[in-house]
Ligand binder design. Structure first.
Ligand code: SAM
Length: 348
């Protein structure tokens, strides 16, 4: 749904959308390139290298990204997440991150990574002030990781997890996309890991996005089933959520567990009413919902000589267009259709 009245911007109180949701969180996709080809993320064309990547001048430069973030922070954005593609594969990424974390008023910069380069960049990230990390890991079995990602990288990713824990990153979250007949027999193993390590294991429902569509109703597993399987081995104790905790419902597996479990249910229990996010794609388009294809072109505003007011207006337009909910379930029922944006450009 697109509404055209004005976004409410109460002075001093940050941004609020038309459905009175505070908007305080910006996700930046730094690149559409990735060193993995996860079967739930890329299209078959992308996996085979047939789909063109963005040319360097189609990506926003670091200077452009910093300018956007400065304007966004002045408008009330307080939290930024770096994603992709794989954010750590972009050239000179640490130079950008150090400049980013120095932006006044921005005290929460996080990263989502597949972990392959975390052993190499962990210390620099931590020292730059990025101390919160989400690492994607869908299996503990090396051969299965290779089947899912296209690369034999389990050992490297696991060293990335160990590096993050050793350096004191907190939280360290592991993102696991649960898929029937692919990795669902490891759901309980992932849950058990949270009993002995200070990590939050997050079970993410497989979303039909970007035509990746290995998605099928059969492969999809809803949160209720995931939770039921875990509840069969121990008690799920709810954990109160913090202000910046995002869409996950959080539990411990038994009161003594060191870590936590998060359940993210974009399809079965939509969390749209709590969504506080805006996304900037690697092509410089503002997107107000992961699963809604409408975008606002920010790159033109950055390159046509306009002042910062044009950036502000583009952000306000995106916020004004933020739909109340994603309606993906209805779309699927009607046409089997998905959302067309490519995950690698939007960022997860
Ligand atoms: N390369 C980084 C990584 O692997 O974490 C960041 C980008 S990746 C697109 C971000 C997140 O999106 C990952 O945790 C991944 O599991 C999730 N993701 C990608 N495609 C998905 C899908 N179809 N359904 C659910 N989650 C998905």
């Amino acid at each position: 749904m697109t509404q055209k009245n004005t976004t409410i911007v109460p002075p001093g109180n940050g941004l609020v959308d038309l459905f009175v949701r505070p908007i305080s969180y910006l996700r930046l996709s730094l690149t559409d390139r990735c060193n993995l080809r996860c079967l739930y993320c890329v299209t078959e064309e992308e996996a085979s290298g047939c789909l063109a990547k963005l040319a360097p001048d189609e990506l926003l430069s670091y200077e452009e990204l910093l300018r956007v973030v400065r304007v966004a922070v002045a408008m009330g954005i307080t939290k930024v997440r770096l994603t992709g593609g794989e954010p750590l594969v972009r050239r000179d990424v640490m130079r950008f991150i150090r400049d980013l974390t120095r932006i006044e008023g921005l005290d929460d910069v996080r990263i989502t990574t597949n972990g392959v380069l975390l052993e190499r960049y962990g210390r620099e990230l931590y020292e730059a002030g990025v101390t919160k990390v989400n690492i994607s890991l869908d299996s503990f079995r090396p051969e299965r990781i290779e089947a899912i990602t296209g690369v034999d990288c389990f050992a490297q990713v696991w060293r990335g997890v160990e590096t993050a824990l050793a350096l004191g990153f907190a939280p360290v979250k592991l993102n696991m996309v649960a898929m029937r007949h692919v990795n669902d027999d490891e759901i309980v193993d992932f849950a058990r890991l949270s009993q002995r390590l200070p990590i939050q294991v997050r079970f993410i429902e497989f979303m039909p996005i970007g035509g990746s569509s290995r998605w099928s109703a059969d492969t999809y597993i809803g949160t209720d089933e995931i939770m039921a399987r875990i509840a069969a081995i121990g008690q799920l104790v709810p954990v109160a959520k913090g202000r910046n905790d995002g869409p996950a419902e959080v539990y411990r597996l038994g009161a003594d567990a060191v870590g936590k479990l998060g359940f993210i249910s974009p399809l079965s229990h939509r969390f749209c009413s709590r969504c506080n996010r805006l996304r900037l794609t690697s092509a410089g388009r503002l997107r107000s919902c992961l699963l809604h294809d409408e975008e606002v072109d920010l790159r033109s505003a950055l390159r046509d000589g306009s002042g910062d007011e044009a950036i502000r207006q583009a952000m306000l337009t995106a916020i004004r267009n933020k739909p109340e909910g994603h309606h993906l379930d209805e779309k699927l029922r009607r046409s089997g259709g998905d959302c067309h944006g490519r995950m690698s450009r939007i960022g997860g």
